[in-house]
Design a protein around this ligand. Structure first.
Ligand code: F6R
Length: 625
């Protein structure tokens, strides 16, 4: 999704903006640009009143990669600037649609993430007033609105402009002759990176880690004035105290936002010798599981201890999430119903609003690795408004979901930069298994040795990783096809969904996941001898039924690759190829099967020469509806 970086400090900002834009690249983008408040040669070292008039905004933008933009740039001198990576929503991918956008005078530049819902009406009004537009974007109305209201006080003009806007936004405004940046957010995140004689504004923390680990998370309704030496924040929604004298008509009040330390190092956000972030992150999974488990299980007492309050009087659980996080929720649905004997439902977050769900005595858990997926945020907000107790499971400290939910469970995977979620998915599963165990009657925990099952997970996952290269021949086979089926039953059906999603998103193969029993109810029509089928044949109560499904498939000619337990020799006679999985309690089989499928997707995409970390049209953090 779009990304934002802005800098105000004592250094030349051009290299900082470009380096940060490259960092933002992991979110996916199609064009990029920077604007710098440029220093004129006629300006003096000691600021004079006439300098304001001499200052200009230099904007450079282009479609494609940041590296290409960089090559075409002159050296621009200036210590305040903004940058943006765009993922097109309104208007095609073009240089004119790339950000930053300017007002008519060319003295106000804006970068924006989010969607302005009423932009057409605003644009029509502004056009009637004489404003001229040079892009098709919704964003461009913002600098023009600021220009409309500007009477000498930039912050007030921004506040007035935002009062006209309906929709979601994270914006940073740069104005010629102003040493402050103005940042504002509503339902699209912004952080301020706090430095020494320099400050940053960015759409996520990984971008500023090279410079600082001190951050302030802005909240909805905040407007921040950020210069090299100061940060002041006013808020419309949560400000306290005396109304800000200039913005009081708009009901903005000063607000104190705590500075926090990000527990991630810049090294964690590097490839560390791996060819792709995705491969690195797949290999980091034993560590990520270990970190997420740390402090939560006691092997001696065989107990789970979480800092999560169990809500009184709750009778059922609802999980809301999108994409891979939703697959984690679907796996958890099996685990929670098995271990806790509690009714549990899963809803894709973007569909939550369309259903009149019975939510009495329901505990709603929002699962989102980024903590910023707008559909999940909105679902959880709505659940809260309806009186439900809420819990969020996220990987990103301070992310928006943590301010919406009553309670937070952090997975501890470190930053995930590959667009395809891998280590955060397994960590979500760990969190969900821990929560299920903490809600289960004590005899289940002890009787079934589940704590021990969790403890050995990192080493079991490591065993799959140790044999990673054995998956390459299977990937080579898969890579030669444009359609594939992934099948599973029971707890491994959502694993098949996740495997298919990974293959789809990074290798562009049309991979359909089905519960194995469903193929004969329609999809069989698509089975050709050339359609590969990946079947998860874990030895649990689904095993016999899986063999039946495989025989039905084989009768129609396709090649079947099975994910089967080491030692299961019988499987060989039914399938064409086998990916071996270390033996494990079937309840934990989703962990190992998922890792094998991540590797299958990765090597398949590599065989096809795909852009693995930045798949076409996708983005890491989906902050638009
Ligand atoms: C797939 C993938 C997406 C995300 C989805 C939700 O590999 O990464 O499907 O899982 O966009 O993202 P979060 O978990 O950040 O809410």
């Amino acid at each position: 999704m779009c990304g934002i970086i802005a800098y105000a400090g004592y250094k030349e900002c051009q290299p900082i903006l470009l380096k940060s834009l490259k960092r933002l690249g992991y979110r996916g983008y199609d064009s990029c640009g920077i604007a710098v408040s440029a220093v004129s040669s006629q300006q003096s070292a000691v600021p004079r009143p006439q300098d304001n008039r001499l200052a200009t905004i230099k904007v450079y933008k282009d479609i494609g990669r940041v590296g290409d933009l960089e090559k075409s740039l002159p050296q621009i001198q200036g210590r305040v600037g903004i940058g943006h990576t765009r993922w097109a929503t309104h208007g095609e991918v073009s240089t004119s649609n790339a950000h930053p956008h300017l007002d008519c005078s060319g003295r106000i530049a804006v970068v924006h993430n989010g969607v302005i819902e009423n932009f057409q009406t605003l644009r029509d009004d502004l056009t009637r007033e004489g404003h001229r537009f040079s892009s098709e974007t919704d964003t461009e109305v913002i600098p023009h609105l600021i220009e409309r209201y500007y009477g000498g006080d930039l912050e007030e003009a921004v506040a007035r402009a935002l009062a006209d806007v309906r929709g979601t936004y994270a914006i940073v405004v740069l104005a010629a002759g102003h040493k402050e940046l103005i940042a504002a957010q509503r339902e699209s995140p912004l952080i301020i990176g706090v430095g020494d004689r320099e400050n940053f504004v960015a759409s996520d923390v990984t971008v500023v880690l090279d410079y600082t680990d001190r951050v302030i998370y802005l909240e909805d309704g905040d407007i921040a004035l950020v210069s090299d030496e100061s940060i002041s924040i006013t808020s419309r929604e949560s400000g306290r105290g005396t109304p800000d004298s200039r913005l009081q008509t708009l009901d903005y009040r000063p607000v104190q936002r705590e500075e926090e330390i990000v527990p991630w190092s810049p090294e964690e956000a590097q490839k560390g010798g791996y060819e792709h972030f995705m491969l690195k992150e797949i290999h980091e999974q034993p560590k990520s599981i270990e970190n997420t488990l740390r402090g939560h299980i006691s092997l001696i007492e065989r107990t789970v201890s979480l800092n999560i309050r169990h809500e009184e009087g709750l009778e059922n659980i609802l999980l809301v999430a999108c994409g891979t996080s939703c697959h984690a929720a679907l796996i958890a649905e099996y685990v929670i119903s098995k271990l806790c004997h509690l009714p549990v439902r899963v809803k894709v977050a973007s569909e939550f609003n369309y259903h009149q769900m019975a939510l009495e005595k329901t505990w709603v858990w929002g699962i989102t690795q980024s903590g910023e997926t707008l559909d999940t945020l909105r679902a959880l907000k709505k659940a809260r408004e309806l009186g439900c107790a809420t819990l969020s499971i996220t990987n990103v400290p301070g992310s928006s979901i943590t301010r919406i939910a009553d309670q937070v469970f952090y997975t501890r995977s470190g930053p995930e930069l590959g667009v395809a979620a891998t280590k955060t998915f397994l960590a979500q599963l760990v969190a969900l298994y821990l929560l299920a165990l903490s809600l289960s009657p004590p005899d289940i925990m002890i009787g079934e040795g589940l704590i021990e099952g969790l403890r050995i997970l990192p080493s079991k996952v490591q065993q799959v990783l140790d044999d990673a290269e054995e998956i390459i021949p299977h990937a080579r086979h898969l890579s030669r096809h444009d359609n594939a089926f992934f099948i599973g039953r029971g707890i491994n059906y959502p694993v098949a969904m996740e495997g298919a999603l990974k293959v789809k998103e990074i290798s562009y193969i049309h991979a359909e996941a089905y519960p194995a029993g469903e193929l004969k109810h329609g999809p069989f029509a698509l089975l050709r001898p050339s359609t590969p089928v990946v079947a998860i044949t874990t030895r649990d109560d689904t095993y016999e039924a899986m063999l039946t499904s495989i025989k039905e498939i084989k009768a129609r000619g396709p090649q079947v690759i099975a994910l089967a337990e080491e030692g299961d020799e019988d499987i060989e006679q039914f399938v064409d190829a086998v990916i071996r999985i270390p033996p494990i309690d079937p309840l934990f089989s989703p962990f190992l099967n998922s890792v094998a499928l991540q590797l299958l997707a990765y090597y398949t995409a590599k065989e096809r020469g795909c852009s693995i970390d930045l798949p076409a049209n996708l983005t890491k953090s989906v902050t638009v509806p």
